[in-house]
Design a protein around this ligand. Sequence first.
Ligand code: 5RP
Length: 261
Amino acid sequence: MDWGKKNRLSQIIKPDTGRTVMLAVDHGYFLGPTHKLEVPEETITPLLPYADALMLTRGVLRNCVSPETSVPIVLRVSGGSSIIGDDLSNEGITTSMEDAVRLNVAAVALSIFVGSDYEQQTLMNLAIIVDMAEEYGIPVLAVTAVGKELGKRDERFLSLSCRIAAEQGASFVKTYYCEDFEKVVGSCPVPVVIAGGPKLETELDSFKLAHSAIQKGAKGVDFGRNIWQNPNPIGMIKAIRAIVHENASPEDAQRIYDENK
Ligand code: 5RP
């Protein structure tokens, strides 16, 4: 791997543990001012010291995050549809690589919608972004989006999506946890991180999700709502960090959460 690309990826996936706790705050790109992210700066700033990387759009980065931060940025560069539009999977490329370079990002991220009407378009978006990003040694994170109509979040679908993303040149892939998750990781030749999805009922559910994914080979998490929609977001991210970087059990994580209330 080119030195610059490897160096950027090492800023995100920490070399001492080989894992990462990414904080996803990109939801507004199709959800608008979603719950607890109405004023992004208020949500993001207290969590920054605990995030190995921050995933967001250029608008929130420029307006709501201090340029003095040392947290590596994973810039979302796909979008173009909204929650009230016809089809969420109809995404294009929203940001040039020159702007990503101006923003000094550690990686760019883009969604692919395998199995949707826009499968080919979004896979071609990925191919184009990989070509553009390789010019500058910037890693690409492919997000294997799952819409209601896109089939189940099962091992076959997620293995298919992750593998296709890696084949198209993604440097790492973000997907969902599922039963037999080790097969998803085992058939994907690049690192896999998991999304949290909508807020789960209890903290322990989130800790179990992160723990199972890590034990089955995920290189980390890219959690959003299960951290910042929790009433104790700092307790959440500290507990998740212990699972990811110290192999803490879900019960240990619960203790860390409780101690940080
Ligand atoms: C949306 C995304 C989000 O960043 C992703 O879903 C992670 O956030 P959450 O843990 O809230 O699901 O990529 O396409």
